[in-house]
Ligand binder design. Structure first.
Ligand SMILES: *[C@@H]1O[C@H](CO)[C@@H](O)[C@H](O)[C@H]1NC(C)=O
Ligand SMILES: *[C@@H]1O[C@H](CO)[C@@H](O)[C@H](O)[C@H]1NC(C)=O
Ligand SMILES: *[C@@H]1O[C@H](CO)[C@@H](O)[C@H](O)[C@H]1NC(C)=O
Ligand SMILES: *[C@@H]1O[C@H](CO)[C@@H](O)[C@H](O)[C@H]1NC(C)=O
Ligand SMILES: *[C@@H]1O[C@H](CO)[C@@H](O)[C@H](O)[C@H]1NC(C)=O
Ligand SMILES: *[C@@H]1O[C@H](CO)[C@@H](O)[C@H](O)[C@H]1NC(C)=O
Ligand SMILES: *[C@@H]1O[C@H](CO)[C@@H](O)[C@H](O)[C@H]1NC(C)=O
Ligand SMILES: *[C@@H]1O[C@H](CO)[C@@H](O)[C@H](O)[C@H]1NC(C)=O
Length: 911
């Protein structure tokens, strides 16, 4: 992976420098107060103080405080209020009642017999402005000021109101500007109470509030409109794990019902709303959302979730499955327009009662690549047909009343294609109708390909982003997403006002909770995120998920490190040659970092209470252990092949290690599948060893391994000597010993200087049936030798000798390179001379900086000595940004008002 200076510099600097830019300022809707997980301010307290009002006493009480709602409110509000009541039970053991009121003066009635007059010292009052009698009467009575949120998308006021109504002394009042405003207000209290939005998916233990619950006097937890209007997830590549899991857990045994029905989707709707998101693209591979279970589409709207269909499935139909089932003829608009139009009319009629974002255009079976005018004409016809359908079915000439989005495909080529398509549109004089949201995609790896330009940004429909933390071709198994990388890219989207719609491809959903939480948090309130506070976010996340503020910083550190390491090379794409065994000790350094983070995770696991351990295992320890194990397995496989080519018996020990690690992989999978009585059985069904083309392998299998014959010594003898920086082996011939591969000289190590590595390694290993011992003799006074003698068995792993230079003994008058020589001599008569060249280089007095050593100058991108902004643009370092180094740099803001000609922009220098 690392092959020298040029590569390193490119890795450290070039890639980042070439990227467009970055900004972390959130523009647009910036009225949302900072709402990160478990962030302050809190409207609830869990111990009394002079500033609190008793709400729910320890162990409950005879007259429980109610959640008050109005019968006329949205069903989703009533449903969420019931969730909040349940969350009180989860955290305090006491479920509080939900009661319907029609006015603030009446006693609670709703259906059924009349109830006793309200007499609750405290209450939670929740409702939607204009839809809830109780909220409207509070506003009319001047007890509640909602001027700051009224009419704002998904905004809510959440404040303490004293004496809201007769019989109630204090209340927390949630007044949503719309139905999801109210729902998000209710779930804000759930989260403050101690119920994670992920409770079902990550088994997060509710925080126990054993001292009771109190309202904070004068508190205000209101929130404005989210940064991104439609934000959610896309279940894609949902096989094998999610599909197998759902078939086992959510389908009656032996039935052949479709996999993803409303019992599955209700889990999705809840986790989406608890994360204050609102949008879903349903599973597509073998599923028809609206057909498999007619309740699903209804329930999405009932819960309050907006549905869409993926980039390739226009007009709210699962295509091609539905088309093949219900329509006739080819899915090709140029030959079958009539049937396709009818098919789309039916999808639109079916979706009409519900909140949806319509995917427009056409791709897939009737692929319409643009680029020539015929196809542009055809696409123009398709879109005008679709808009006519919307006009007819919704009986409206106002297309803006039905949100529409347009994208082409997930795949890199096709997504770049959208760029061309749009450009072609302009060139051909065609326009994507102004109200259609243009969905820009990343390259499937979290690098956004293009964002709206000056002409596109003011469009009414705006722009959105399709982002991946799972990709069918390269990474489906486990979480490998670096949130810092996502932060940088999504910040650009915010800056470019691509905030109408964000959709995240989450694969099987399970295992990607950490990056999904981050994506949805940023979509909700991007202005809360800066380059410097991603670690803080991760620590707040940890405090919420593990109920421990003490361990939170440590856990955040572990998450930052493991995702940075995992993102360096996705597990599916590792092979025995990925990390160099011979050069730069790359394999060792990778292993050491994984070992460190695994040890740290193992230590935290033991410190956590039992109730928090499943969550930690699922989200952190399992992915670390499994990925560390996979990496180590491939490194062992690489050593196995190399040592076999070097005629060393030690190859066999590494082949054994590969076998053990394969067993460990299976053990980890089994642990995931059997924990919590098998709740997550099948969620780790994804194969991850042995990718050979884009599709996953149908079974995990190991890379080729070598076994070395041990009953006779190598032709050249019993002792094998191998060295750092070479794949050769001595004594005897090896293709890598010199250009000819035979009759080569003794091994020569890479030159040392005072500024490079401090030593080189020489490995000694066995061949044949005999054990032996060996000694190292130095012929040069300035050579230092560590570990120069040992006894090896015939099955030992290589013994490592470190050879360095004692610069105090180095000839001070020597000019140029000097050779040190040592000899390794075995007890059975083999001997090899090894040469270490060294050169005494020096730096001018007072010089500070990075000096060449080993032919390389290596530095982190942020190690600049001069940072020169131009106009308002400057380079900024972001910790953990970039997948190969510890930090990365980018320019901010990314979208400067000042145009700088090429070559005259901001610079960083290192001298
Ligand atoms: C983004 O939208 C806001 C609000 O409409 C506007 O003020 C701002 O200028 C836009 N930014 C860009 C870069 O177009
Ligand atoms: C309140 O009224 C609505 C509408 O009739 C109903 O759906 C809901 O279940 C009621 N809530 C309670 C707690 O009775
Ligand atoms: C359209 O569907 C009808 C049946 O509804 C079928 O007879 C006809 O062949 C189809 N048209 C094409 C072009 O396939
Ligand atoms: C369509 O809208 C028009 C104007 O609002 C109204 O007069 C008409 O009744 C509507 N048609 C249907 C079928 O609802
Ligand atoms: C995370 O990486 C940093 C930088 O290498 C290191 O200092 C820290 O100890 C690591 N933490 C863990 C838990 O691995
Ligand atoms: C990692 O997984 C292996 C195999 O299940 C297990 O033996 C080991 O204890 C695990 N390590 C930690 C730190 O949990
Ligand atoms: C290595 O050195 C030790 C101590 O001087 C000696 O006993 C032993 O025989 C030596 N072995 C070889 C292989 O030269
Ligand atoms: C090994 O190096 C020493 C010191 O330079 C030299 O005396 C000896 O002849 C060398 N042995 C071989 C086999 O080249």
């Amino acid at each position: 992976m690392v092959d020298g200076l040029e590569r390193q510099l490119r890795v450290h600097l070039g890639i980042r420098l070439n990227m467009r830019s970055l900004i972390y300022l959130a523009l647009g809707a910036s009225t949302v107060s900072a709402i990160l997980p478990v962030d302050t301010p809190s409207c609830l307290a869990f111990a009394p103080s002079s500033n609190t009002v008793n709400f729910l006493a320890k162990g409950g009480r005879a007259a429980l405080p109610p959640i008050l709602t109005s019968p006329s409110d949205w069903p989703g509000v009533h449903r969420t209020a019931a969730d909040l009541a349940l969350d009180f039970q989860r955290t305090t053991g006491t479920k509080i009642p939900v009661k319907n009121l029609t006015t603030t003066s009446a006693s609670p009635t709703s259906s059924g017999p009349a109830q006793a007059p309200l007499s609750a010292p405290a209450a939670i009052i929740a409702g939607t402005i204009g839809r809830s009698d109780i909220i409207d009467s509070l506003i009319d009575a001047g007890k509640l000021d909602v001027a700051g949120v009224r009419g704002q998308w998904e905004a809510f006021s959440l404040v303490h109101v004293p004496s809201p109504m007769p019989g109630v002394k204090d209340a927390l009042v949630i007044a949503g500007a719309d139905k999801r405003g109210t729902i998000f207000g209710l779930y804000t209290l759930s989260e403050q109470l101690g119920v994670s939005p992920w409770w079902f998916w990550t088994d997060t233990a509710p925080i126990q509030r054993s001292n009771g619950v109190f309202l904070v006097r004068g508190s205000n937890c209101s929130a404005g409109s989210p940064t991104v209007q439609y934000r959610g997830v896309f279940l894609n590549d949902e096989q094998p794990s999610l599909t197998n899991w759902a078939n086992e857990k959510l389908r009656p045994a032996g039935s052949d019902l479709p996999t993803f029905r409303s019992n599955f989707y209700m889990l999705m709707f809840e986790v989406i709303l608890r994360n204050k998101a609102n949008f879903l693209w349903p599973a597509i591979w073998n599923s028809m959302f609206a057909v498999d279970d007619p309740m699903s589409q209804f329930l999405a709207d009932y819960f309050g979730v907006v549905m869409g269909t993926s980039h390739q499935e226009p007009m709210m139909r699962s295509t091609p499955l539905e088309f093949n089932k219900f329509a006739q003829g080819p899915y090709d608009f140029s030959t079958n327009a009539e049937n396709i139009t009818q098919y789309w009319i039916e999808g639109t009629q079916r979706a009409k009662p519900f909140e949806s974002v319509f995917t427009m255009g056409m791709r897939g079976a009737g692929d319409v690549p643009l680029g020539d005018s015929t196809n542009i004409d055809l696409l123009g016809k398709i879109i005008s047909t679709q808009r006519q359908i919307i006009q007819d079915v919704f009986n409206t000439t106002d297309q803006t009343s039905v949100p529409q989005v347009w994208c082409t495909s997930t795949h890199l080529a096709a997504c770049l294609h959208l760029t061309n398509e749009v450009q072609n549109y302009y060139e051909e004089g065609l326009r994507v109708p102004d109200d259609i949201t243009l969905l820009w995609t990343d390259d499937n790896w979290g690098h956004i390909q293009r964002l709206p330009n000056d002409i596109e940004r003011p469009r009414w429909g705006g722009a959105g982003v399709y982002f991946h933390v799972d990709y069918v071709r390269d990474y489906k198994w486990i979480n490998t997403a670096n949130n810092v990388q996502s932060f940088q890219q999504l910040s650009l989207a915010v800056e470019y006002n691509a905030t109408r719609l964000w959709i995240l491809n989450v694969g099987d959903f399970k295992a990607n909770e950490i990056p999904t939480d981050f994506f949805l948090s940023m979509a909700y309130n991007a202005s809360a995120f800066t380059p410097d506070n991603i670690v803080d976010y991760q620590a707040r996340w940890a405090a919420r998920e593990f109920g421990s503020t003490q361990l939170a910083p440590q856990i955040a550190n572990i998450v930052m490190n493991f995702t940075r390491l995992a993102a360096m090379r996705k597990p599916e794409l590792v092979d025995p040659t990925t990390f160099s065994i011979s050069n730069y000790r790359e394999a060792e350094r990778m292993s050491a970092q994984w070992d460190q983070v695994l040890t740290a995770a193992g230590t935290v696991m033991k410190q956590l209470p039992a109730r928090a351990q499943p969550t930690f295992f699922e989200t952190i320890l399992h992915p670390i252990n499994a990925t560390a194990n996979l990496q180590a397995l491939y490194i062992a496989a690489g050593r196995n092949m190399l040592l076999a080519s070097q005629a060393s018996n030690s190859a066999n020990a590494f082949s054994d290690e590969v076998g053990r690690r394969f067993e460990a992989d299976i053990a980890l999978r089994d642990e995931f599948h059997t924990m919590l009585d098998g709740k997550w059985n099948h969620m780790m069904d994804q194969t991850h060893f042995g990718y050979s083309y884009w599709q996953q392998p149908m079974q995990d299998s190991l890379p080729p391994l070598a076994r070395v014959f041990t009953i006779a010594p190598a032709l050249a003898g019993t002792m094998r000597v191998t060295i750092e920086g070479s794949k050769g082996a001595w004594p005897g011939d090896n293709v890598n010993n010199c250009a000819n591969g035979y009759g080569c000289g003794d091994p020569v190590l890479g030159t040392l200087s005072p500024f490079g590595p401090t030593s080189r390694f020489v490995d000694v290993s066995p061949s044949g049936p005999l054990g032996f011992s060996f000694n190292t003799t130095s012929f040069t006074p300035w050579l230092t030798v560590k570990g120069g003698s040992a006894s090896l068995q015939s099955n030992s792993v290589p013994h490592r000798i470190e050879v360095g230079v004692d610069w105090s003994k180095f000839p001070s008058n020597a000019s140029g390179m000097q050779n040190g020589v040592l000899r390794v001599t075995s007890s059975v008569g083999d001997g090899v001379n090894v040469t270490l060249p060294a050169v005494m280089t020096s730096i001018p007095q007072g010089f500070k900086g990075f000096v060449e050593g080993d032919g390389v100058v290596s530095m982190e991108a942020s190690h600049w000595t001069r940072n020169t902004p131009v106009h308002d643009v400057a380079f900024v370092a972001i910790p953990s940004f970039g997948t190969r180094a510890f930090d990365g740099v980018t320019t901010m803001p990314g979208l400067s008002g000042n145009f700088t000609p090429a070559g005259t922009g901001a610079t960083i220098h290192r001298i």
